[in-house]
Design a binder for this molecule. Structure first.
Ligand code: ATP
Ligand code: MG
Length: 458
């Protein structure tokens, strides 16, 4: 059960008792839990809570809310209240938030912010220009930057000071900058603590720094972090000037977001903006329906194929009863291949250039699986009390399964690579899409094989 449901009746009572009571009631509640409560309340009650909280606590809560809620609350609060909370919000979240506000509201809030903290307002105006799904949009400017001649003892003192003033998103890395804020090197906290206190940063820093540029897409940011195993990466401009840093906690959110999107695309769904329950009927009908209609038209081809073989089908029911088995088996195998290849491409393990190797591998895998499943299919068909010759019928089923599984594996793997090659998102060759293609192919193979094998029988 959600905490908010538990607190529900009590909370309603407290809400009516005014700010003081509210503040006292929420004193020891973790920001995450308050956020959960605020998420379920209507906006007016939610703003009551936000006003009651001290600005820094309110900021902690705001950071944890979904973005539509953040916007609703910041829009409902007065300019000054909103600006006060914004000052306390982490810079990277702050920019995202301001970006979400509509243009008028954004200017009002920025003006209020300008009055209180001109520097913060200036920084927000700067960062708002970056697309939220890029390194520039993810980065914070609150980091530890020091000159190359700083001695270790001073560096540690400076970290303490910045941390006390809450001006460093992470203290784990110190970035060494020279003239014009050009990034010269990096020193980790471990390096720093282990170094002799009278040494300078330039003596211990790592000079080959792995960096991002502001326009790097978030997926690349995530891949770079995974590859180099740093908990933060610096962002520099084209002249090597240090602009900010992206920390791993923001990247975790990105990874989850991208994985959700891919999972939805692979299921044949246009990615949702919100969570399942927050998505309304109309949106679902559109986002699921658009692909279902496309797939539906694809599936119509199965009727066309069956019509072409109506002679064959009219002669005996024996063939018909194995149709679902054969095409579903093919669809399953094809979906497996496409899932493996799409994931492999997302992780950068496979690229369209590898297609020859992939096809070779899928043919051998497909043949092995096909023979295994074909043998099972043979047994099943053989036990059927059929009108047709048992061996020929079972043979048709078995041969078709081998062929369909192999073909489906190849198509399921090649299609995503072809899409990627031509600049489409490979996740679009979703599991249902592959299944539809394979259904049509499966029917053609099965009827072809059956015609050939059974021809002799008639
Ligand atoms: P620990 O691994 O125990 O957390 P560490 O000092 O090994 O401590 P890491 O984050 O693993 O810390 O960093 C390893 C080294 O890489 C450090 O010497 C650090 O200065 C350096 N480093 C940090 N960030 C970068 C970067 N962006 N590019 C290149 N080197 C970096
Ligand atoms: Mg290490």
């Amino acid at each position: 059960m959600r905490l908010s449901t538990l607190l529900g009746p009590d909370l309603k009572a407290v809400l009516t008792r005014g700010e003081e009571a509210l503040r006292a009631a929420l004193e020891d509640v973790h920001a995450e839990d308050i956020a959960e409560i605020v998420e379920d309340l209507d906006v007016s009650d939610a703003t009551l809570i936000m006003r009651a909280l001290p600005a820094d606590r309110a900021a902690d809560v705001v950071e944890r809310l979904p973005s539509d809620r953040q916007v609703a609350i910041l829009s409902a609060l007065g300019d000054v209240d909103a600006a006060e909370i914004l000052v306390e919000v982490d810079p990277d979240d702050r920019v995202d938030l301001v970006q979400e506000l509509d243009e008028d509201r954004r200017q009002e809030v920025l003006a209020a912010l300008e009055e209180r903290e001109p520097e913060v307002a200036e920084e927000v105006r700067e960062l708002v220009g970056y697309h939220p799904e890029t390194a520039g949009g993810l980065m914070t400017t609150e980091l530890v930057r020091l000159g190359p001649d700083t001695v270790i003892a001073d560096a540690i003192a400076e970290i303490r000071r910045l941390s006390d003033e809450d001006q460093a998103e992470t203290i784990y890395y110190v970035y060494v900058v020279g003239y014009g804020d050009r990034l010269l090197g990096v020193v980790s906290l471990r390096d720093l603590i282990l170094a002799r206190p009278d040494h300078t940063l330039s003596e211990i820093m790592t000079e080959k720094v792995v960096t991002l540029i502001p326009s790097d897409h978030q997926e690349r940011v995530a891949n770079m972090m995974a590859r180099y195993d740093f908990t933060a990466l610096p962002v520099v401009d084209e002249h090597g000037v240090l602009l900010g840093l992206v920390t791993v906690d923001d990247v975790v959110d990105v990874v989850i977001e991208e994985a959700t999107e891919d999972a939805q695309k692979q299921g044949g769904i246009v990615p949702l903006e919100d969570s399942y329950f927050a998505t309304n009927l109309r949106e679902f009908v559109w986002k699921r329906g658009s692909w279902l209609v496309v797939l539906f038209f694809g599936q119509l081809l199965t009727a066309t194929v069956m019509r072409r073989y109506d002679d064959l089908l009219a002669r005996t029911i024996d063939l018909v009863i194995f149709i679902p088995l054969i095409i579903a088996t093919g669809g399953n195998a094809g979906s497996q291949s496409s899932t493996l290849i799409i994931r492999g491409m997302t992780l950068g393990e496979i690229s369209p250039r590898d297609w020859v190797r992939v096809v070779a591998k899928e043919i051998s895998i497909g043949l092995c699986l096909g023979v295994l499943l074909g043998a099972l299919g043979f047994l099943r068909a053989f036990l059927e009390d059929a009108e047709l010759d048992a061996v020929r019928l079972s043979g048709s089923v078995a041969i078709s399964i081998v062929a369909v599984v192999t073909l489906a594996s190849v198509v399921g793997s090649v299609l995503p690579m072809v899409l990627r090659r031509f600049g489409f998102d490979p996740a679009v060759s979703s599991t249902p899409f592959i299944a539809s293609v394979v259904d049509v192919m499966g029917l053609m193979v099965y009827f072809g094989v059956a015609t050939f094998v059974l021809h002799l029988a008639f």
